[in-house]
Write a protein that binds this ligand. Sequence first.
Ligand code: ATP
Length: 280
Amino acid sequence: TKYDDKHRISRDDIFVGRILGEGFFGEVQEGVYKCPSGERTRVAIKTCKDCSADVKEKFLSEADLMKNLDHPHIVRLIGVIEVDPVWIVMELYEHGELGNYLVEQQYILTAAKLTQYCLQICKALAYLEGLNMVHRDIAVRNILVASAECVKLGDFGLSRYVDEQEYYKASVSRLPIKWMAPESINFRRFTSASDVWMFGVCVWEIFSMAQQPFYWLENGQVINQLESGVRLHKPQQCPPPIYGLLTRCWAYEPHSRPTFRDLVLSFSEIHKMELEQETD
Ligand code: ATP
């Protein structure tokens, strides 16, 4: 087995509860896990409907990537049960998807709070950039809310490791066109720079309270618009300096975009300014 002691867990220590939602491979259920120390934690259990060998392998590829990750703003893998029915067990974030949370809390969330969420996701992505890992599906539907102060990047189903000069050439048909960089749409080229473009779209979603980017376009129309220089407009709630960063994330040339390391510094500064303005 590929799983080290840290991630090998026993089904007997898991108590399954209600259904949380539908994942790509099967239902996601809430549960409680009794740790070897005796401590109990709430968990989310991903299940896989079709247990054939090739589907199982794809299903478990997400857990394979997640087991090497350790970051305060990335969904934490607790363990994997490899014998049928296969389960992926993760820490539970009870406020659910950021997209829904933004809609529910839209009248309470301040610009400073939204900037804080952006900064946290940016830090998670800078961490992945440092590991030469591309996420490829950065969107509010793939961010979970742990508390009003803390969001976590999840859904590593499309993530891949890439070599420094290389990129991951995608073959999947389930691609989130409206979030994608031009080179990803045209040539299925995915790099940290295309993740930066997607992060920009995700920040746009956050300040738009989870509106769909380019909802006024069909998927097939998006690339023409991008190539003629059209970009998403500034959401009303978005502070101008943040929109300035977004336009740089949406540079047509991948090498002209900032890195996540750059963006962490910029978002930190803007977050500080937002907090000062709030207390004025
Ligand atoms: P897709 O690829 O279609 O997004 P998926 O297989 O990645 O699906 P998720 O979207 O991650 O599945 O999970 C399905 C649902 O389960 C989500 O709507 C989410 O609300 C819930 N969920 C998943 N993981 C957690 C978690 N760790 N804590 C709380 N809720 C979760």
